[in-house]
Structures are given as C-alpha cells and as structure tokens.
Design a protein around this ligand. Structure first.
Ligand SMILES: [Zn+2]
Length: 268
C-alpha cells in the first residue's frame, strides 16, 4: 500500500516537474517572440528616421544653395535650423536597440555566472539608463542599482537634467527590481547637489553615491591634479541629501573606503 502510494506520488511529482518545464519553455518562447517583435519595430523606426533625415538633409542643402545665391539671411537661418534637427535625429538613431544589443550579452553572462546584484554604473546618458531598465525587465528575478556619471552639479555627463533622467529610469523598472539610484564617478563636491536634485523626485527611494577622488580625467593624459578633500568629509551632507549607499569610485583608495567604514563604526 505504502509502496503504491509512494510510487503514485513520485509519478505525480514527475508530472508536475514536466508541466513546469513545459511552462518554462513556453514562457521562454513567448519572451523570445516579444523580443523579436520589439527589435523589428525598432528597426522599422530606425529606417523611418534615416529616410526622414535624408530628406531633411536635402531640404537643408537646397535652402543653403538658395541662401547663397540670393544672399537671403532668413533662408540661411532656416537651413541652419534644419541641420540642427538632423543632428538631434542622429542622436535618436543611436538608439535603444543599439544600446540594448550591446548590453544584453554582458548582462546574460553575469547572470549566468550567478551574480545576485547588478551595478549599472557610470551611465553617461538617460538613453543608456532607459536601455538598461528595458533589459532588466527581461530578467525579472534580478536586482540592480543604476548610477549616472555627472560632470556638473545638476546634469549627467550628456548634459541632461539629473532629476528628470533618474525619474525616467525609475518609472521604467519593474517594482522591486531597482534597489537604488544615484551618481558615481563625479567629483565629490558635485554629489550633494546631484543627490538633492534626485531626492526632489524620488519620494524617499534609496539613493546611492560613490564619487571619484576629485582629480581630473583627460582622455589623452589620464588622471591629474590633487584630491582636495576625502570622500568621508562629505558623508554627513550626502546622508542629509538622501544617500543610503555610500562609497568611492576611480582613484579612491582602500583607506578612503576604510574612512567611510569608520564614520559608521566609530568604535572599531
Ligand atoms: Zn570611476
């Protein structure tokens, strides 16, 4: 009797297992299909933008030629305005699908290797943040933080308003997936203002901050200049501005991190 019960239970468990794996395969197939549709849609959008840009370019050239012949300042200004819209469209073309395709294999590789938290850091533009939030949705069990690199007190490295950029990305994440949002690899003296800007829209959501040492970066020369103040001397102001995770980025040292640790554990 016991053997029969055990065996029918085993059969039932086997049945459940196979149903679950069938379900998993079906979900994977559906996801793949949705992803393919999205990529096709983005490709069409890109083609449309490219045609539109080509036509706008021809119009701008015609206007510039006419302006040259007639010496008409208004025509010259109109052609200049048209060229400006072309460069804006070019930025749009460098779009989500390129960024998503670039980040996807890296994220997949990290998840396969078993990481339990992804750090999307040193993100220079809202567009890249959006691409990452879109990708994160494809991995609903994975958590991440998102951190922008900034070169001024109120803007990302691509000169977009930091609060608007943060809000755009926060709205895109699935509930619970994003554990913090903030800034990194900026001079520490910018961080308080950036955090304050984000906190105006983040409604108490945890903020993260880990600036660099404050030295200057040049693409040809590398790092130069001096640290003015250590990151730990800013901690109080960062906490008051909503920071819940604090650290250091480029050119900060183990000693800098130890100083931050000491701030929270003064007796040790
Ligand atoms: Zn850095």
């Amino acid at each position: 009797m016991r053997t029969a019960a055990t065996s029918s239970r085993a059969k039932y468990m086997q049945y459940l297992k196979s149903e679950r794996s069938k379900e998993k395969t079906e979900t994977k197939q559906l996801k793949r299909k949705a992803l393919k549709e999205e990529i096709d849609f983005l490709k069409q959008k890109k083609m449309f933008l490219q045609t539109d840009m080509h036509q706008t370019n021809e119009k701008a050239n015609d206007l510039a030629n006419e302006a040259e012949k007639s010496k008409n300042m208004n025509l010259f200004i109109q052609s200049h305005e048209l060229r400006k819209t072309i460069s804006e469209k070019e930025i749009k073309i460098n779009t989500l699908d390129d960024l998503i395709n670039w980040h996807r294999p890296r994220i997949e590789c990290l998840i396969d290797a078993g990481v339990d938290l992804l750090a999307f850091e040193t993100i220079p533009s809202v567009k890249e943040g959006e691409a990452l939030m879109r990708l994160l949705k494809d991995f609903p069990n994975v958590k991440a933080w998102l951190s922008f690199s900034c070169q001024s007190m109120h803007q990302t490295s691509h000169k977009e308003d930091i609060a608007t950029s943060a809000l755009t990305c926060m709205k895109m994440a699935l509930p619970g997936q994003l554990i913090a949002i903030g800034v990194n690899c900026c001079p520490p003296e910018f961080a308080k203002s950036l955090l304050k800007d984000i906190s105006t829209i983040s409604d108490g959501f945890p903020l993260i901050v880990y600036p660099n040492s404050g030295e200057k970066w040049d693409n040809r020369e590398g790092w130069s200049g001096d640290k003015v103040k250590t990151n730990s001397s800013y901690i109080e102001s960062w906490i008051q501005s909503g920071a819940k995770i604090i650290g250091g980025c480029c050119r900060t040292t183990p000693n800098d991190i130890f100083d931050i640790h000491k701030y929270f554990n003064p007796e040790k």
